[in-house]
Design a protein around this ligand. Structure first.
Ligand code: ADP
Ligand code: ZN
Length: 732
């Protein structure tokens, strides 16, 4: 037979199918093949009778790497889709489907010795055959009689290994090797959780979903409305029907809560897939899913590739979260992938959020997703009160500090009452906008209505979408003052200020500096939850999915930093962040307070977020998107060129830009614009960065995208990496 093999090397020039000869292999099997002068791993993606090449020259597959196909045929098909949709290399896509350590044979199943009685005789008979003074042997026999097969290491530590050895010699005890599974987060297994009586709103949502097993749904439920219970009930039903489920969460180490609940309800039927596990654990969890030992996969975005068959439901919690869009190679959109897998398997797709992404809500408005709503918190608990503080007014009153007087007062009250507070700096990227601290004016692009970015080196203001340049302002065009805000506040600075204001209070800080290691996130949050500190200061990292019962105050110090970020998603992200943050506060009995500091207090985003009025926000924002032709009314495509040689990058970009300009001239109406520029982040990891930005009409995307990809695949240089992003999350 002839096998089509993808060699597991991700260099661009080998992104092709190679034919090999062999016999008896299944599609999806990983194999060892010789490639050039070396041996390499590869994946069989197809079998055929004839090759297009001279068959006498084809090499034989050396051997299989596992005795089972690592990748199922439906995942291979998904891989084909992703490759075309996102312009990815085969090897990069296929690697997503297996635990990383399987490559290069860096992980194996763990086997252990197990011992048990080798005779069917009754306990009395066995004991009679042993000397009365052989206490250890007698105890061990009794133990095995009562407990059955037990790991040798357990037996040895209890009864000593000489007893075991003696019994084996007498033929009374036998041993065998068994495969044991390494279980991550074992201690989360603890309590068994009963099913809850659903509230009417939850029941309605569940009924609607279960009424259409191939449906696609968007569950819009405010924070604390009980979405988790809806997910669990649906999973329960689907699993009972013999199908499997995938449950995605934005970041599992930040949501141990979800895992605790899933394990509590479904025990060992849940397997966890995420990068924080040890390689052995990850491999074992993957195998449990693959072998059907577990039917429920839970994890962050990569769990969408869980090796499950017969999937009945894919559920994506906090569907608006940016982490569902992979922004490094291989780049893909988890929701689109989930949608494809759901179609393939005839499964239902359920997206849930308190603040759905504008794109998803738009799909719901157009009837592509069925909208389900849960507008109230469980027990009708009120949503926290959000107080907007006008920082420009504070400045005018002479308070030039970082903390408004209201926030200081609320902090003092909270600490006095023995409660906890969280303080956020919602910062994104590194860019800086120009804002007047007297009136809150922010400099914006006249065409795109996104905030302009200050470029200190040439003292210009630039739009990151259309490339327009503006002169730096020396006076505010609105209030004629020249009091522009400079620089940014840092979390460390805030921690320091808090120490000065409240010397006796313990403060924890969470930001990129304090979370270098994988577990540090979890540790800081755990310490805060245990009450080791009264104030937690952090970036948006601390906003996600947590339930801290003692937090009654949340302060958002810099409500403008994310709002005026230089991208069209800034308002949406800010709305989501404030709503999520506010949802953290006052989950217990006490009603929470949120203090939101801003220089632009009347901005609709902040006003509506304070009222948690998602629908009004959606209406306003979607009409702005339509007017300025941003997604979902267009698609933005960025082609990124990076490399150590600046000139090579520029040459590469220039050549492809010319071809794209030609494409544009032939399809004028498809393009809103096409531009080339240096990236705002000019160099990273020792590489220069340049980009081409394209905005396409939404109805032209299908036709134009393949042609853009074809340009990128044209004449390329090895010294320049080219990647394409569709609707990138940031343009840095
Ligand atoms: P969401 O995910 O929508 O923010 P959660 O799922 O965290 O909300 O639920 C909020 C709280 O309500 C949790 O403490 C949960 O245990 C509780 N809860 C959920 N459903 C019910 C129910 N049917 N009866 C009683 N309590 C519930
Ligand atoms: Zn612009």
């Amino acid at each position: 037979m002839i096998y089509s093999v993808i060699v597991d090397l991700s260099a661009g020039e080998v992104d092709r199918i190679f034919d090999y000869k062999g016999e008896g292999y299944k599609i999806g099997t990983r194999v060892l093949v010789s490639f050039g002068k070396r041996q390499t791993e590869g994946y069989i993606i197809d079998v055929k009778d004839k090759s297009d090449y001279d068959e006498s020259k084809l090499k034989e597959i050396i051997r299989p790497l596992e005795d089972f196909p690592a990748i199922s045929e439906d995942l291979l098909q998904l891989g084909g889709f992703m490759r075309e949709e996102y312009h990815l290399r085969w090897a990069d896509v296929l690697r997503l489907f297996i635990p990383a350590e399987m490559r290069g044979n860096r992980v194996r199943s763990l086997s252990r010795q197990q011992v048990c009685l080798a005779t069917q005789d009754s306990l009395d008979v066995i004991l009679d055959s042993l000397k009365p003074n052989a206490t250890m042997q007698r105890d061990l026999v009794t133990f095995l009689y009562l407990n059955g097969a037990t790991l040798a290491e357990t037996v040895n530590s209890e009864f000593g290994n000489s007893a075991l050895r003696a019994l084996k010699q007498k033929g009374l005890v036998s041993s065998q090797d068994i495969v044991v599974r390494r279980t991550p987060y074992k201690d989360l297994n603890a309590e068994r959780m009963p099913k809850r009586e659903l509230l009417p709103a939850q029941q309605q949502a569940v009924d609607a979903v279960l009424a259409d097993r191939r449906g696609k749904f968007l569950l819009h439920g405010v924070t604390g409305s009980g979405k988790t219970e809806v997910y669990l009930t649906i999973i329960d039903k689907i699993v009972a029907e013999g199908k499997s489920c995938i449950m995605l969460v934005p970041e599992i180490s930040l949501t141990p809560n979800m895992l605790r609940q899933l394990r509590g309800r479904f025990g060992d039927n849940v397997a966890l897939l995420h990068s924080g596990l040890s390689s052995g654990e990850r491999y074992d969890e993957w195998l449990r899913l693959k072998n059907g030992e577990a039917q429920i996969a839970v994890g962050a975005r990569s769990a969408v590739f869980a090796p499950l068959r017969n999937i009945g439901a894919i559920i994506i919690d906090e569907e608006h979260d940016g982490s569902y869009i992979s922004d490094f190679n291989p780049r893909y959109n988890t929701i689109e992938v989930a949608d494809y897998r759901a179609e393939q398997n005839g499964a239902l797709l359920l997206l849930g959020s308190a603040t759905p992404s504008l794109g998803s809500y738009y799909q719901a408005q157009k009837g592509k997703l069925k909208l389900l709503q849960m507008p109230e918190r469980i027990n009708r608990q009120p949503l926290p009160k959000v107080e907007i503080v006008d920082m420009a007014a504070e400045t005018r009153r002479g308070n030039k500090g970082i903390f408004s007087s209201l926030l200081k007062q609320k902090l003092a009250e909270t600490l006095r009452a023995g409660n906890q507070a969280m303080l956020f700096l919602n910062r994104r990227g590194y860019s800086s906008f120009l804002m007047c601290t007297k009136c809150g004016y922010v400099a914006k692009c006249t065409d795109c209505d996104v905030s302009l970015t200050v470029h200190r080196d040439d003292n210009m203001l630039k739009c990151h979408y259309c490339g327009k340049h503006f002169y730096m302002l020396d006076k505010c065009p609105n209030c004629k003052e020249s009091s522009f805000r400079q620089g940014k506040i840092g979390t460390q600075q805030i921690e320091q200020l808090l120490r000065e204001m409240f010397p006796d209070v313990k403060v924890l800080r969470m930001d990129a500096d304090t979370t270098q290691t994988k577990e540090s996130h979890g540790k800081i949050l755990e310490a805060f939850r245990n009450g080791d500190a009264q104030i937690l200061v952090g970036t948006q990292m601390i906003a996600k999915g947590h339930d801290f019962p003692k937090v009654t105050l949340v302060g958002i110090l810099d409500g403008d930093q994310s709002l005026h970020h230089d991208d069209y998603l800034a308002t949406e992200r800010t709305f989501q962040l404030i709503t999520q943050v506010a949802g953290r506060s006052g989950r217990d009995k006490d009603v929470g307070t949120v203090v939101l500091q801003t220089y632009t207090p009347s901005h609709y985003c902040l006003q509506l977020a304070a009222r948690q009025d998602y629908v009004s926000f959606y209406k306003r924002e979607i009409s702005l998107r339509e007017a300025s032709a941003f997604p979902p009314f267009s698609e933005i495509i960025r082609i990124l060129y990076t490399g150590e040689k600046e000139k090579d990058c520029i040459d590469q970009l220039t050549e492809q830009y010319a071809e794209l300009a030609d494409l544009k001239s032939r399809h004028q109406q498809a393009f809103f614009y096409l531009d080339k520029m240096r990236c705002p982040l000019k160099r990273a990891e020792n590489k220069y960065r340049f980009q081409i930005l394209i905005k396409l009409r939404i109805d032209s995307v299908k036709e134009i995208i393949p042609q853009i990809y074809a340009v990128c695949d044209g004449k390329t240089r090895n010294s320049v990496q080219i990647s394409v992003e569709r609707n990138p999350q940031n343009l840095s």
